[in-house]
Design a protein around this ligand. Structure first.
Ligand SMILES: [Zn+2]
Length: 165
């Protein structure tokens, strides 16, 4: 084995050696519950392209970007997936592996202190105008995530087919 090996990132080591296809990462999730290859496509998730019809398009408009060789990725301790950096990994852990908030079915089940706390916290949240069907709290969270992504991972919409005319 006289062959000189260049150092590999952990993601490169972990994914099958025989697989020489380049690594990519999810730059922009495909909606709040979008999947890539059956896996929640969270921001920063390190992947190999699956050879799907729309792969080329996803890369062109930068939903998916090539991972720079040698990138020090971060592993999720819960599911073992690699992420492009620690921030993306932590956001994934928070989103996918942190127990959901306690769901209250009946306000009578709460102790007076809990009820008091809950009511005081509801004032922090924006409520839907009366007469409209509310999007609910989760959707507000999703919209906030969309706005954040628009800042940190804007799509390259100049590369859509329509704009290349
Ligand atoms: Zn995980």
């Amino acid at each position: 084995m006289g062959r000189r090996k260049k150092p590999k990132s952990r993601a490169e080591k972990k994914l099958p050696v025989v697989d020489k296809r380049p690594l990519y990462y999810i730059n922009r999730p495909f909606g709040p519950n979008g999947l890539y290859g059956g896996m929640p496509a969270d921001r920063g998730l390190v992947i190999r392209l699956r050879g799907a019809i729309n792969d080329e398009k996803l890369v062109r408009i930068e939903y998916i970007l090539p991972l720079l060789p040698g990138t020090e990725t971060s592993e999720c301790g819960k599911c073992g997936n690699e992420f492009k950096d620690m921030q993306c990994r932590d956001a994934h852990v928070k989103k996918r592996h942190t127990p959901a908030r306690i769901r209250v079915r009946n306000i009578e089940d709460l102790s007076p202190q809990e009820r008091q706390r809950m009511l005081s916290e509801t004032l922090q949240y924006e409520t839907e105008p009366p007469g409209f069907v509310g999007d609910g709290f989760l959707d507000q969270e999703e919209r906030a995530e969309e706005r954040m992504l628009e800042q940190i991972a804007p799509l390259n919409l100049e590369h859509t087919a329509a704009s290349r005319k």
